[in-house]
Ligand binder design. Structure first.
Ligand code: B3K
Ligand code: ZN
Length: 886
């Protein structure tokens, strides 16, 4: 933790590094009560700058300096200045060598940044600024160096010693220690450094690249988990092939390794040649991981692998450019997942997530642009905006340029900048140069925060067969940005006739020729009208197909028109979207009735629309499941002016029950048919099987809202007699949320007994209970914190229990007495000292206080103020709390 007041860092202050580090030679001596790090840095003055020799300032935190030498001359305290965060000295020549030895304490590092221990093994996490907790260095991504790493440890406890690149030497010593040396031939910034020492087993495979080089693939895990790695290995090989085929990108080292660790602040990390993963993002097999977990593993393995080009070979100049690698890589992994599974379902999931969570971030006190211009703590900027909105921005570029030009642009980007640390502007420039498209105005997506609104109205001129759509865009003010200029918004649209047939789209003034039925228009003015000609009847527009831009679109659809689009829209995403909009309208009406103290009456058109979907056995089952899922409470909160927690919860529960009752027979038929297939077949982690189980499980969750003995029996049978976690966990979750207290207690106990030694499955057990909306939520969570499997030191446990409670159990977290807020603030205060990154992330729900009525606002704010007053805050928590209160 810093002792100085945290200070703001600005993009406009960027300066190229004064010195470069051509070579970095590291030696680690790992012991139980400390570790020693020797670093030899071969350095020179940055030749792009003037020839004078300014002072050289290394970053360094929590390091005990044992010795330092400049060109082999030992320095004394008079030769350098030390602070909590730096070491400064004066070089006397343009090229020189620095040797340092520092002592560090991985064994007591609970922040899980830098070098630390997890379940007995040593591992690292350096991005963004963790390397400075390992040794004195120029810890910034535009300083790229060639690394050689030697590590030594007790052979018995740490038989496996890994670092980046290729192994070049190893040996044993007489005292039971051994060592290994790794060399990474590629220049890289320090944030991509990694080492691992532990008692690990691995599964091995090989991959032959498109130029016929053979690459060794290894996934290292604790010995008891070797039976849970195959899915990750399959995902890795698919990713490697896909990146060759889709982006022409080939892997570049002889070996690619993944290591799974139990204590990890996020999903995974793309260290060169040695990816380190949260075990939750590696381990997956039918009996212990759900379909969602399998898909998450596939996506994260792909994401980290894709970083080898988008992030490692071409990296970021500074951390303001984070979305350069993250937005692009999220986009790449979303394309991959779409290709491996159902593309429409993947898009629906991504959009639902973006609209619920990123839109909320963009509307709150921490709103920032995709390329932020200032931060206190960069760890706070690994956000939904930088990642998910950043991915949407890349997607829009592809939509505007077309697939071929986009590929030319990415080829040019990788070729032009290979081995460099670059900016978002460089990415855009490559896209412009390859396509000839001017993206000057488009770049506002990188600098302006907030979610644009796009209001669309129509007019039809029957006499002249002209149909016009008028687009008005605006963007609400965000912190530090009161006025916004118009964005370039790609809108893909189609027009439907009364039979649901698509109409040819020809703009006024356009020549005839081939006419398309779905087209992309770039809306780039505050107000703009498109006029279509030869439109013989009043059409119905299908707008923003595939969610072609991350905006809030409004068009005055009637409910009947939405039902029509649900059935006839040629765009699968928009069929789902029409259903969501219909559901939102119906739910908002119920919320209003609830608030007015009236009896709730549900519009039966939603019931009949969903009945049609449910009875259509031709539809993709995953789509049916998506259509049946009502918008969540968090999304209904996001789109409310003032969120009424109780009314939202009651209205949604009422609608679910109405649907369950009205559709009971159809739900039961589809449930039984699908359960029968599940019962009679082996588990397969593929799209069509995910689809079958997702429909089966959503049907079960509806049926259990008003369960007959037959349904309860089926649910117990699914819990007790299925061979996979997807079916078992759904049965557990619906029982936990049901009124059947005996069954609930029985399944919770038997599940815990069966899986007590599997930490990841126990995380699911915690989450299911944390998210349970029945009264008494906080008391249950507090009791679970005393469970022997729970610890605040493990981020997965914190997320599974406390994160799930605050993020998914809105009715309990927002209990009117403020107890949920008090509890969360207490946990943040404790975690602030233990693990600042986790503490700061956990805070997010409290930062949304402006969404609620005055009484809740006051309670939430007073908890934020209590955090401020609690003592010395990490820069992570300080930044989030102070910005939320500003
Ligand atoms: N690049 C890492 C994130 C590191 C977060 C550091 N606080 C994982 C990823 O996005 O692939
Ligand atoms: Zn990433």
């Amino acid at each position: 933790m810093r002792t100085e007041q945290p200070k703001m860092i600005y993009l406009k202050d960027y300066k190229a590094p004064d010195y470069l580090i051509d070579e970095t030679h590291l030696t680690f001596e790992l012991f139980e009560d400390h570790s020693l790090v020797h670093a030899q840095l071969v350095m020179r003055r940055n030749p792009a700058l003037s020839p004078d020799l300014p002072a050289l300032e290394f970053d360094g935190q929590e390091l005990e300096l044992i010795s330092i030498a400049l060109n082999d001359r030992q320095l004394t305290a008079a030769d350098y200045q030390l602070t909590d965060v730096s070491l400064t000295l004066q070089p006397d020549s343009a090229s020189f060598v620095i040797d340092t030895t520092v002592k560090i304490h991985p064994e007591s590092n609970t922040a899980l940044e830098g070098l630390y221990k997890s379940s007995g093994m040593f591992c690292t996490q350096c991005e963004a600024e963790g390397f400075r907790k390992i040794t004195y260095y120029l810890d910034r991504p535009d300083v790229m160096s060639k690394f050689t790493t030697t590590l030594s440890a007790q052979q018995h406890d740490y038989p496996v010693l890994l670092s980046n690149g290729n192994p070049i030497a190893s040996g044993s010593e007489e005292d039971g220690r051994h060592w290994a040396t790794w060399e990474d031939p590629f220049m890289k910034p320090a944030y991509l450094f990694a080492l691992v020492a532990g008692d690990l087993w691995c599964i091995e495979d090989t991959f032959t690249t498109m130029s016929q080089r053979e690459v060794a693939l290894r996934i290292y895990v604790e010995p008891e988990n070797v039976d849970k790695c195959q899915h990750a290995m399959d995902s890795l090989k698919k990713s490697m092939r896909w990146d060759e085929q889709t982006y022409g990108r080939e892997y570049d080292l002889d070996i690619f390794m993944i290591v799974a660790v139990n204590d990890f602040n996020m999903g995974a990390m793309e260290n060169k040649g040695l990816n380190i993963f949260n075990s939750s993002a590696v381990l997956a097999r039918a009996e212990t991981a759900t379909d969602a977990a399998h898909q998450r593993v596939e996506a994260i393995v792909a994401h980290e692998y894709f970083h080898n080009w988008s992030g490692n070979r071409v990296t970021c100049r500074d951390w303001f450019q984070l979305s350069l690698k993250e937005g692009f890589t999220v986009f790449r992994d979303s394309q991959f997942s779409a290709d491996m599974n159902s593309a429409t379902v993947k898009r629906i999931e991504d959009v639902a997530y973006l609209r619920t969570h990123q839109f909320a971030e963009d509307a709150g006190p921490l709103a920032h642009s995709v390329r932020p211009d200032a931060f206190i703590e960069i760890s706070n900027f690994y956000t939904l905006t930088v990642y998910e909105k950043g991915s949407e921005v890349v997607r829009m570029i592809r939509t505007l340029l077309g697939a071929d030009n986009f590929r030319k642009g990415s080829d040019l980007y990788f070729e032009r900048h290979d081995g460099q640390a670059v900016t978002c502007d460089d990415f855009i420039k490559a896209m412009e140069d390859a396509s000839g498209v001017d993206l000057t105005q488009f770049k506002r997506w990188y600098s302006q925060a907030g979610t644009p609104r796009l209001a669309v109205s129509e007019s039809y001129d029957a006499a002249n067969k002209r149909y016009s759509l008028c687009f008005r865009q605006s963007c609400p003010a965000t912190p530090g940005q009161s006025e916004k200029l118009p964005f370039v918004i790609p809108v893909e649209l189609g027009l439907l006739d009364a039979q649901g047939q698509p109409l040819a789209l020809q703009l006024e003034g356009e020549q005839g020729g081939a006419v398309a039925h779905s087209r992309v228009f770039a809306i780039d003015q505050a107000e703009q009208t498109l006029t279509f000609i030869n439109i013989a009847e009043q059409p119905l527009p299908s707008l923003l197909r595939g969610f072609s831009a991350p905006v809030k679109l409004s068009f005055p659809y009637s409910r009947d028109q939405l039902m029509f689009l649900m059935q006839h829209d040629g765009d699968g995403f928009n069929r789902w979207e029409a259903g969501q909009q219909l559901s939102v309208q119906v739910l908002q009406e119920l919320i209003a009735q609830q608030q007015a103290g009236e009896a709730m009456v549900m519009d039966q058109r939603l019931v009949s629309a969903l009945r049609t979907v449910l009875e259509d056995t031709q539809l993709d089952q995953a789509m049916v499941a998506e259509m049946l899922s009502l918008p969540g409470e968090a999304y209904l909160t996001e789109i409310s002016e003032v969120a009424d927690v109780e009314a939202i919860h009651q209205a949604r529960e009422f609608a679910r029950l109405q649907l369950a009752e009205a559709l009971r027979d159809a739900l039961w038929a589809r449930y039984q048919a699908n359960r029968e297939v599940s019962r009679n077949s082996e588990y397969v982690a593929e799209a069509e099987h995910f689809a079958r189980r997702s429909l089966q499980n959503i049907a079960l969750s509806y049926l259990m809202l008003n369960a007959t003995p037959e349904v309860l029996g089926a649910c117990m049978d699914q819990f007790e007699n299925s061979d996979n976690m997807t079916e078992q966990l759904t049965a557990l979750a619906v029982l936990v949320n049901s009124p059947f207290a005996d069954e609930r207690a029985k399944v919770l106990a038997s599940f815990a007994e069966h899986f007590k030694d599997n930490a990841l499955v126990m995380d699911q057990w915690f989450s299911v209970q944390a998210a349970c909306g029945l009264p008494g939520g906080l008391e249950r969570v507090k009791a679970l914190m005393e469970h022997p499997a729970f610890t605040l030191k493990n981020p997965n446990k914190v997320r599974a229990l406390i994160g799930a409670f605050a993020g998914q159990n809105l009715i309990n977290f927002h209990k009117a007495d403020g107890s949920g807020y008090r509890f969360l603030a207490d946990q943040v205060i404790t975690l602030n000292a233990l693990n600042p990154q986790i503490a700061s992330r956990l805070l997010a729900p409290l930062t949304r206080w402006r969404k609620y009525a005055p009484a809740r606002q006051a309670q939430m704010k007073s908890e934020l103020e209590r955090i401020v007053a609690s003592g010395e805050l990490s820069s992570d928590v300080f930044e989030v709390v102070s910005k939320s209160l500003a």
